[in-house]
Design a protein. Structure first.
Length: 97
């Protein structure tokens, strides 16, 4: 399995978790928005690996945008869910190499 694919599974799962109504918001607020910064870093790392391995990068770019606007209550929740779904579908569709 490519490193970028593994990172997409991880970031996609975390995005879905952060998009869960109430629970994801509580985690983000209780940790003083640190999860958004952590996710921003993970999405940048995933983008770099995806670029080097010539795999799709749109999920990581959307993840970076989501990390920036994730502090907006309902917009952030929807963006986390959309980003998570895109990353998981992309990871599931990638070829093993």
């Amino acid at each position: 399995m490519k490193t970028s694919t593994l990172l997409k599974w991880i970031t996609g799962g975390l995005e879905i978790f952060l998009g869960i109504p109430i629970i994801g918001g509580m985690v983000i607020v209780s940790l003083a928005w640190a999860p958004l910064w952590i996710m921003l870093g993970l999405h940048i790392v995933t983008l770099i690996f995806s670029s080097r391995e010539h795999t799709k990068i749109h999920g990581s770019i959307l993840g970076i945008i989501t990390s920036v606007v994730g502090f907006i209550p309902f917009v952030g929740m929807v963006m986390h869910l959309i980003t998570g779904i895109i990353l998981l579908v992309d990871a599931a569709g990638s070829k093993n190499a």
